[in-house]
Structures are given as C-alpha cells and as structure tokens.
Design a protein around this ligand. Structure first.
Ligand SMILES: Nc1ncnc2c1ncn2[C@@H]1O[C@H](COP(=O)(O)OP(=O)(O)O)[C@@H](O)[C@H]1O
Ligand SMILES: [Mg+2]
Length: 235
C-alpha cells in the first residue's frame, strides 16, 4: 500500500484579486494513506474548509499539486476534465449539518448517489441497507428523515458519504452539533469504516472531545499546515 490516497504539495488558494485578495492557503502539504483517519485542526478562518473544498474539487486552487490514489488531479490547473464524476465517485462529503433530503426515506437518501452513478435501483438500495446496518441505524432504513434524532441523521449522512465506496471522505466539523458520547461514536464509526473500506478520511474539527482520538493530526494556521503525531487513544 505505497500509493497515498491523498497527496498535496504546496497548495495555495487566493480568493479575489488585488487589494481585496485573501490568501486562504499559503502552502499546504499533506499525505494520507488508505485506511487512515487524520484530523485537520485549526482556528476559525485558518483555511480548513477552503482546503477541503479544493480537495473535493468544489473550488479551484490557485497553485500547487493534488493527487488522488496516485493520479494527478491538479497541477497548477485541473488535470482531469470531468470534475463532477470525480466528486460523485471518488469523494464522499460529510458536513456539520446532515443535509438529508426530507422527501426521501432514509434508504433512498443513501441509494440516490449510487443510482446516479448507474447502479441498478435494487442493488443501490441493498448497499444502502448494508451501510445503515454497519452504522447502527439499520432499524431506521424505512423511516422518514424527520423521524430521526440528530445523531441518527449524522450517521445516515456518513452512510451517504460511503455510498459510492469513495477512496476519500472529507468531513467538515461532523461532530459539531453532537454531544460528547455521540461525537465519539461518530469518530469510532469513521475509523471502523476507514478500516473496512480502506477509505482515507480527513476530519476537520476544533472539537476538543474528539481531537485526542486521532493518530495523526495536521494543524493549520494562517493557511499553512503542520503535522504532528496524535494521541490516538480511541483508534
Ligand atoms: N468565498 C470566499 N471569498 C473570499 N474569502 C473567503 C471565501 N471563503 C473563505 N474566505 C476566507 O478565507 C480564509 C479561510 O476561510 P475558511 O477556509 O472558511 O476557514 P475555516 O474553515 O478554517 O474557518 C478566511 O480568511 C475567510 O474569510
Ligand atoms: Mg470552515
């Protein structure tokens, strides 16, 4: 396993131009291996969300290099044409809010993405049920989103991020709205999923409850990253 899932070299991102330009990323370096769950920690405004959006091909970096699974996706410009397919098939997103679709039931919220990727409906639903079971919300498969608790909705959103078995998951403050026990549970599940599917997961957080659980942490400050070994207690 000597191909990193994610490899970022000297990435920069400038918003805007001239006097009002903001250098949100000033040189980010990061290497993450398949199956790793890495924390990305830094104060508000340090560039965490910008980094995840660049990596998720939601916004375009200004310069530097990004590789996914050994493939260069950005080298001072996009190196692949179809960013939509890249986002759909190779990257799962987990946000602070679950953003589930209220008029679909729990199973269809997850099955939707594989269906859009061309997986037959019954296979997509089967995969959704498997993931829900793995995340301990199998009994909620037929429920409406509005019937779920906050913690259950967040677990469903993790199942959705995993639905196309992406090699990379980007989670932006996924535990912010949760209490201690549920937050630790979400991290435990992310670790379990990383091991089971060899997914590389970046968890943006400033949640003191979960920071001690990471084996490896990147700190980001003023647009630059610094790596350190974490305590990795719960991993
Ligand atoms: N769309 C944008 N246009 C201009 N500046 C932005 C934009 N998004 C973020 N920024 C600025 O970039 C910096 C990093 O923001 P962000 O990545 O959201 O930080 P974090 O997620 O760590 O709080 C901040 O100074 C922020 O104000
Ligand atoms: Mg942010």
């Amino acid at each position: 396993m000597n191909i990193p899932a994610i490899d970022i070299e000297n990435l920069t991102k400038r918003y805007g131009h001239g006097d009002t330009a903001v250098d949100a990323l000033k040189g980010v370096n990061m290497t993450i291996w398949p199956g790793e769950v890495v924390g990305l920690v830094g104060p508000s405004g340090s560039g965490k969300s910008t980094l995840l959006k660049c990596l998720g091909a939601v916004i375009e970096p200004t310069s530097g290099k990004m590789q996914l699974g050994g493939q260069t996706i950005f080298d001072n410009k996009w190196e692949i044409d179809d960013l939509r397919t890249l986002r759909r098939d190779r990257i799962g997103f987990v946000f602070q809010a679950p953003y589930l679709i209220p008029f679909l039931d729990v199973t269809d919220n997850i099955a939707l993405l594989p269906m859009l990727a061309g997986v037959p409906n019954d296979k997509a639903r089967e995969r959704a049920r498997e993931l829900l079971a793995a995340l301990d919300v199998g009994h909620r498969a037929m429920a409406q989103v509005s019937q779920l608790s906050g913690g259950e909705q967040q677990r469903v959103s993790i199942a959705r991020a995993l639905a196309n078995h992406p090699p990379v998951i980007l989670a932006d403050e996924p535990t912010a709205p949760l209490d201690s026990e549920r937050a630790l549970n979400v991290v435990r599940l992310l670790n379990q999923m990383a091991q089971q599917y060899q997914t590389a997961i970046i968890v943006v957080t400033h949640d003191e409850k979960i920071i001690p659980t990471f084996k490896r942490i990147y700190h980001i400050r003023d647009g630059r990253t610094y790596e350190e070994a974490g305590e990795g207690r719960a991993a």
